[in-house]
Design a protein. Structure first.
Length: 624
């Protein structure tokens, strides 16, 4: 059994249940005394068995670590909670709690009494105050509480994995004040934790290829194996290809190339979330990336992200300032962040305190708070029993009179209660719909920006566009590699009929939801008064190349993202070098002569996008 000053930490991940025992050291340090973990397969087909597996794993870990019946601190994965950052007026701290509660009613997408939530003040970087709201549905939290109690343990506090990781980072890297990004790659979600000193922002990503389970699912479908076999292949021999597969056997090389294509989505998502953080939260671009979570074990992932993000990337070490009884745990350090964060909280050294209270724990705490009062009250009652006997009749009469007044007032107000409840429900519905429309609008603006950039380049009297087509899985330099995602003549479809070409979803080259990574432009040129003929198209191409190059140069000088939606480069898969596309690889067709009997000659231009666009995001999960 752990001693009274020890902290028993439990991390309930989607694919790994781990437990550790920490003890405080003199001077404010921390020692990891014992650690055990049990893997459970995050197979979507076996979700109904998850609670039983979690309960069994916790019981086995408690027995192995000899925790007895001590209370534990637990963390739940990021995808199980709702995390919101809310800016508030610069008011006094005494009035902050009430204002936060009002904001929580608007920000949390379920009634507050149907879940558990908590908040903490964070650094805003301005005169406004900012808080982080963390909420979880009560039934999810109660399932966790039952799993813990079923193992003979009881909960002391419950934290979210991202906030526990933040506490672990601030404890272990107190000297890091420049903006950094902590990427926690989990089985069902990847959490992006932006940290600038004490400033914090968290974004979750669960797109295909950005989480461990989605990558395993993609491997399972691609190679026709079960989820368990795919997981074994990924863990045993899976690496991210860095361009060359020389020295690998055929099976390993095929897996490495497939994994590279699948995880190629992650750096794009990181760039997009970073842009949001900078524009909406006033943050600065990270200067370094730290990798955490089970997904960080993937071979060469550090090198791949370093290449794609053009930033230094290294594994997160939550044991940097933590004493370890077993030195072999150093190899698993990047997986222990949540546990260390819970240990830091138990030692009273956490900078951020989030406590999600299950129903059973809340009732237990209320009972504990009442005990001293009940003891004192019993003494007062015994001492004043005689006096009460003489005045009880007077008091009873006044109480009955007051009760009658309250009952009458309650009857008067009862009709308004139903009206207020309906208004409150309407506000929640409107807020939900508004949030959905805001998401649609944000997705639309990306397409508007692409169309505006194309319009600016193609402002010509002798060149006109007849068709634009989004291309899925286009490989720059291979004009036949992509597939159009839109049907021909989609502008003539009946209302409500999908524009998606079903054939674009066929074939093994499309993994999960399709992502548009190029725009095909078809059009005509005609002879102008200046007699330049077909050169008008090549001049447009030159302007595009100059515009993209200028945007990239300005971004490099200013340390920002390029102000262009296009990228005219390709990767040499043999050397891994980034090469510029030739004119012929962009302008795939351009008739250089105009027949005497025709008014115009056709051309085709394919412009690769800098960041792929997922239709799954644009439609908020609705299948097209």
């Amino acid at each position: 059994m752990a001693d009274s000053q020890s902290t028993i930490a439990l991390n309930i991940g989607s694919q790994r249940i781990s437990m550790a025992v920490f003890s405080p050291k003199k001077g404010g340090g921390l020692t990891l005394k014992k650690y055990q973990e049990i893997d459970i397969l995050a197979d979507p087909a076996a979700e109904s068995m998850r609670n039983a597996e979690v309960r069994g794993a916790i019981a086995q870990l408690a027995k192995s670590l000899k925790t007895g019946k001590d209370k534990i601190r637990a963390s739940v994965p990021g995808h199980s909670v709702i995390t919101k950052f809310v800016k508030l007026p610069p008011i006094d701290s005494d009035d902050l709690s009430e204002l936060v509660t009002m904001e929580a009613q608007q920000q949390i997408p379920f009634p507050l009494d149907e879940g558990a939530w908590d908040w903490a003040a964070v650094e805003s970087g301005g005169i406004e105050k900012e808080v982080i709201l963390v909420a979880i549905r009560q039934e999810v939290l109660d399932d966790i509480s039952e799993s813990v109690s079923g193992a003979g343990l009881s909960l002391k506090e419950v934290d979210s994995a991202p906030t526990a990781l933040y506490n672990a980072f601030r404890f272990n890297y107190p000297d890091v004040n420049e903006p950094v990004l902590l990427v926690d790659i989990g089985a069902k979600s990847t959490e992006l934790i932006y940290i600038e000193g004490k400033k914090l922002f968290i974004q979750g990503v669960n797109s295909p290829g950005t989480t461990g389970a989605s990558l395993t699912t993609a491997i399972s479908k691609e190679f026709g194996v079960t989820f368990a076999e795919a997981e074994a292949h990924k863990v045993g021999s899976g690496v991210v290809s860095l361009g060359s597969t020389e020295g690998m056997d055929e099976a390993t090389a095929a897996l490495a190339s497939f994994i590279r294509n699948a995880v190629n989505r992650l750096p794009g998502e990181i760039s997009r979330r970073t842009n949001f953080y900078r524009s909406q939260q006033g943050g600065n671009a990270p200067t370094k990336v730290y990798l955490a979570g089970g997904g960080a074990n993937l071979g060469y992932l550090v090198d791949f992200l370093q290449e794609k993000l053009s930033l230094p990337v290294e594994p997160f070490n939550p044991l940097r300032r933590v004493g370890v009884a077993d030195e072999s745990l150093a190899a698993k350090a990047h997986q222990l962040g949540e546990l260390v964060g819970l240990g830091v909280e138990g030692a009273g050294k956490a900078e951020l305190h989030i406590d999600l209270v299950p129903t059973s724990v809340g009732a237990e705490r209320a009972s504990a708070r009442r005990k001293p009062w009940l003891l004192a009250a019993s003494g007062i009652v015994l001492a004043g029993l005689g006096a009460w006997a003489g005045t009880k009749f007077v008091a009873a009469g006044k109480a009955e009179e007051r009760l009658a007044q309250i009952t009458e007032r309650e009857s008067e107000l009862a009709p308004y209660a139903d009206i207020l409840t309906k208004w409150n429900d309407s506000v929640e519905v409107i807020s939900s719909v508004g949030a959905e429309y805001a998401g649609y609008q944000e997705a639309r603006t990306e397409w508007i920006g692409i169309l505006n950039e194309i319009r600016d380049y193609f402002a010509s009297e002798t060149v006109w566009i007849t068709e634009l087509r989004p291309y899925v899985n286009y490989n720059p330099g291979s004009p036949d590699s992509g597939k159009s995602y839109a049907k021909g003549g989609f502008d003539r479809l009946a209302f409500g009929e999908t524009f998606v070409d079903a054939k674009s979803r066929e074939g093994k080259d499309v993994v999960g939801e399709p992502a548009v990574n190029a725009i095909r432009i078809d059009g005509f040129w005609r002879s102008g008064v200046d007699g330049k003929d077909h050169r008008a198209v090549t001049e447009i191409l030159e302007n595009i190349k100059k515009g993209v190059a200028a945007a990239e140069k300005a971004a490099e000088d200013n340390g920002t993202e390029p102000d262009t939606y296009f990228s005219l480069t390709k990767e040499d898969y043999d050397s891994g070098d980034i090469l510029s596309l030739s004119d012929a690889e962009i302008l795939t067709n351009n008739n250089t002569t105009l027949a005497e009997a025709t008014y115009g000659a056709p051309f085709t231009m394919i412009l690769p996008l800098r960041e792929p666009i997922s239709f799954a995001e644009v439609t908020e999960g609705k299948k097209l």
